[in-house]
Design a protein around this ligand. Sequence first.
Ligand SMILES: Nc1ncnc2c1ncn2[C@@H]1O[C@H](COP(=O)(O)OP(=O)(O)OP(=O)(O)O)[C@@H](O)[C@H]1O
Length: 570
Amino acid sequence: MITMLLRVLGREYAGRVRRTVALMTATALVEGASYALLVPVLRALFGGSPGEARPWLLAFGAAVAGYAVLRYVSDRSGFRAGTTMLHGMYDRLGDHLARLPLGWYGPGRVGEVSVLASQGVLRAMSVIAHLLAPFLSACVTPLTIVGVMLAFNWQLGLAALAAAPVVVAIQLRTARATTATDTERVGREREATGRVIEYLRAQPVLRAGGRTAERFGLLDDALADQQLASRRATLSALPGVLGLAATVQAVFTGLLALGAYLALGQDIGAAEVLAVLVLAARCADPLLSLAEIGGSLRAARAELARLDEVLRTEPLPEPAEPLRPSGHDVEFDSVTFRHGDRTVTDAVSLAVPEGQRLAVVGPSGAGKSTLLQLLARFYDVDAGAVRVGGVDVREMATAELMARVAIVFQDVYLFDGTIEANVRLGRPDATDAEVRAAGAAALLDEVVERLPGGWSAHVGEGGALLSGGERQRVAIARALLKDAPVVLLDEVTSALDPVSEAAVHTGIERLMKGRTVVMVAHRMRTVRRADRVVFLEDGRVVEQGSHDELLRRCGRYAAYWDLTVVAGGG
Ligand SMILES: Nc1ncnc2c1ncn2[C@@H]1O[C@H](COP(=O)(O)OP(=O)(O)OP(=O)(O)O)[C@@H](O)[C@H]1O
């Protein structure tokens, strides 16, 4: 467990963890040893010479005080180590998530990562701060007490020691029995959280479609599954809890019977039997708490395993000696890419000379957006290469690639900050004048003028306080401010009203000027602006040429527009 904790956190915490464990073990030993002093105290009190108990009582008091000080120091060390490790874990997870390929952030990840980053990390890191001290105390204190018993009376000591293998066997068996149910519980929790997030996000759509009841059913199912999984996990741990209680009872009864037998045979006095029973009672509490602590440790272990899995997910490899592209032309060279078994792009070869515009057209699911994602290295290709300025994107530093590429997607995500902050994201060190100029070029200034607060107006989570067209203008202003030489556009004007569309088109025209552009286009108006068009179907390039050439060819491209225009698009 500690090994896994250190692997997840990093070896730099090893010394600190070792010191904390040593301190906690010493505390548990002193706790056990202090109980040893109860033996002469009780023997004196019940053996007919109570006055002799005084020095032992004083010694017992001193030992308890020493234990209290050690306990304070070790608990503080545990809390401090736990807090430091918690921050370290958040830093490590945050850094790692920022380096994972964007393609990793598929459906379901939001819920998963939310649960992991909140309760997952807390549960995993609680091992040092909250669980380790009681766990060590539950193991070491009873063993120390048994050691004292052995020294005091070997028969009674051996009888108590008999419990140790039984307790270990019960713990191991419970751990085995609960592994599957614990994993299932964690999985169900993650799924239910994902459903809650999905349900909250989908409110507008669900209400518009009058489907709230139906979708709530799905969430209900997920919560019911989570409850069932939780119950199964509790039930699978129950035999362990009962077994532990029965063992403690049996050993206590056995000690009582053996003590009575020895006392009747005059081998041992009643005061000694009483002392042993008091010691045995002191073992009961920590032993019984083992069941609960074991459960918490197993839950923490499941979270640690999940954190470990995420942290072991390889970020896209960075080149050891990154190359700098010369120029800003774009090339797809026999690019094949698969999602699982499905080939999404199949040996696609395309070239966009510097400063030219390529429109990618094709039916839904043809792989158009995937081409843009491969160019921005959201994923790495399975075969072939994507090059910018003659250099494979895998041979470039990610920061270099990102500096060269600006992306405007159809679904624009804005952060819950001011309009200005959202535009500035394109180039954080831009001057105010540059931000305003980018805003003006994207026709965002007329939106800003209408908003109370102007540039300081808040856009709400995801940009919810702006319309779709307004969000597009923010995204275009952001891209203009970034001033990257390669621009990727993904169907940016579908679903806009004519006024917004005209404004967005103006902004886009300015954004495209003098830059290398790859745009996914569903509208003939957008396509006409391209120097070259490629028609993609089932991940393959079916036709390419200029718009007019392709129309004259009366092939798949021309048929596609016929259909689209008849259907009312274009
Ligand atoms: N994360 C993913 N996991 C599995 N399959 C995916 C994933 N993302 C996309 N796909 C699949 O890859 C194929 C190509 O998707 P892509 O989004 O590139 O198509 P598109 O041509 O842009 O479609 P549209 O015009 O509808 O946006 C689709 O069939 C889609 O189901």
